[in-house]
Design a protein. Sequence first.
Lengths: 458, 456
Amino acid sequence: MQERVTRTHEEINSELLSFNLKAPMWYWGLVGFMGTLALGAAISFGIMLNRGMGVTGMNRPVMWGLFLTDFIFWIGISHAGVMLSAILRLSKAEWRRPATRAAEVLTVFSLMVAALHPVVHAGRPWRVIYWVFPYDFARGLWVNVRSPLVWDPAAIFTYLTGSTLFVIVALIPDIAVLRDRTRGVRHKIYRALALGWRGTPRQWKLQIVAGFLLSALLLPVFVSVHSIVSWDFAVNIGVEGWHATIFAPYFVIGAVHSGVSAVVTMMIVLRGMFKWDKYIRPEHLDSLGRLLIVIATAWLFFFFIEFTFALFSLESQEIALRDLQVFTWPFWPLFLAFIVLGYIFPVSMWLSRRVRRSIKWMLITSLAVNVGMWLERFLIIIPGLARKQPLTFDWGTYHPSIFEITIVVGAFGFVFFLLLMFAKVFPLIPLFDIKEGQTLADNIQVGRRSVPALRIEE
Amino acid sequence: MERRNGHPPEFTVAEYVKDLANRHAITGPRYRRWLWITGLLFLSGVVGFVARAAIDGFDERQPWGYFAATMAFLLTTFVSAPVVAVAFRMAGAHWRRPMVRIAELYSVVGVLVVVMFIPMLFMVPSAHNRRTMWFQGDTLGSMGKIFGAPHVYDILALVAVVIAGLAMLWFSAKADRTQIRSRAGESVGTWLGSWKQWNVLWKGLVMLGGLYFMMLIMTQALISIDFSMALVPGWRDAIFPAQQALASLHGGLAITILTLYLLRRYGHMEQYIHMEHFWAASKILLALSLLWFYFWWSGFIVFWYGRTPLEQNLLDLLMFKTYKWYFYLAFGLSFLAPLLTLLWNSVRRSTFGPTLASVFILTGLLFDKMRVYVAAFSIPNADITDHALAVLPATNIPDVFDLMMVVGGISGAVFLFLLAARVVPIMSIWEMSQGIKLRTVRRFLRIDMIVMGRSE
């Protein structure tokens, strides 16, 4: 059911830019709180640097813990941008319009935070620079380019560069609007960032073409990033539960699932914070909910195949791992929570149109998905490593320390901190996109009914 | 009706219905000729099957590899075509309208596939005491004996898919058959076209479509695992069933585009089938070709990277030694050729370009099925319970009976489609009428733009 709300261009400008021009007091309190969480993570990292990795819970055989779980989680969240912005732009879905910039910006910031996690995890992060920018000053040592761990930074930085360009190109017309509505230092900054935008037909044409090209170019990058991250695990023949050919698409679809859910959460929060109920309407959440049902069911298919084929060979080590994941404390409640929160609860709710159009329930279900998907990554990494060794006396456990927990929580705080800073400086709903949607809207009379319609250019 | 500013000509619902009803009433000489040709080729396929059964029997699996590949090919292409109607109807794609009935009509080929599947049930042993996804055996961590696994469940799944597809066709065609009969002065039955009946029809199509889609994915996974992967010792490839499911989307769309082109060219339906339909479908086809490569690469790199002898032997069997030419053809025709064809916007914006890509894809799929099923069927029964593939079997080159069965199977599918097109109108009257009512051309600023209604 389409609920069109017609606003004039001036109303759109003033409603969507009001926060950029003047922020309320609660905003600074929220920024302070998120900043404090991020600061706590930085302090924990500093202590870790000073005292060594022994302050974490990682120990043989579980050498990858919360940092890697969080790394994959944030890479997953970053898939929201391309899914919602690029794919829905290419398929010309009208309901994408309020969500695209928020999704793109979430992509950029979650990628940045994700890229920090291997640096934190490395213990001696100054050595990581060698991985990303290999140099050889007469030592005769180069990085192992056959390792997926070396492909990771290449993929992540390519995706980060492309996504940042995507955000910037789409922002230019809105920066120009801000330029024309500000004075003093802010005007000078916006004028520089607007890159001479005048809104001429040629500039609009170039902007639209650039948007389409970037959307198309980012698609293979978006698939490759999480596939390469999945191969960190899948090409490894030594760890039970990791050596599966399904990992690449399984990780990608899981990323889309968690990413789109994160965008739903963010849109609902923005709608509440900035009073954007005319722009983020129940019809948008309804469409997102329907998309999520398809994505979640595809994810479940891949999960089912992955689990089935793990048992297919009937090898005792693999069975021991699955027994640990599904039936053994402390993993079995996490497994149960993962399945219920990641699929059963949200999808069964989303089947109801009333729920899909309910702000409260969409917020709850989207948060549930992200808790479930975080647990999924945890359950892939830790139990596999705990059962890695062939001899049972070498099996281990893992107990995350307060430093790891602080850093993980701080990562969430840092992403929200960056989002809030962005929201203060740039509009999170693209003005020109909303205006374009209104311009293309029309009606067709079919019998006695007036059907909402869209003008299409072929 | 004349063209406006390069847009396709407009016509009224009454004009369209009259034209389609007239076309449905008559059969041309070309139609009859092709009915005879495909019928005779199908009969030759039956002869090839009988000859193979008489000479080799059903005790050994090796002589039946090409037969199994043909069955799998028909399942992946013709029987999967209705997914085009399901997916694009659910997505609300306005360009789906000329092709949905073509896609739905291919569900009749399911009857042939079920008939072909029955002898295959005798060629595969039960799942007991060997590595399958049914997990049963005396010493393999039995989960209890599952009666009839895998045969009973595979045939049930296949029959369910076919029934779902036929039900969708019957449901979708109900309103159209009533239109045709009323124009011919015959009794119209119970269809009155009331608001409630239309509501039930739409909801029924949505539910049947969802059921069909899920059953198709499950059936593709079950049959491909039980009749190929589980027959090769040590072959554990989690992405394989997903790859087969993707291949069914790929093949279903390709056969629909090919049929659409033939209908436009030889059925003289240019006023209903335009470049925009091929253009829109070609983007999906390109995406599916890229996904084909992605799924293949995901499986290949995990096997290749670890360098374990078991996985290297499997790669040699399926890709680099025993069936390498089938693999090269499948790879080239399913991915490279469609990519190089559809990469260019000018090719996508034509009717021939996507059709050519579809032909590549269908041929590539056929070779891919041969690669998988002939390879799997060439493993002797005594070896399928081994832990790993130790010795590569010799390449099974097709003989004249194999070729007769392959050609006969494909011709049989086309034959059934042609017969079904006499019973059900080949283009959906109600879907096209809906599209006509929801579309118009209006002046906006200085140009004419198409205005498409979105009734959802």
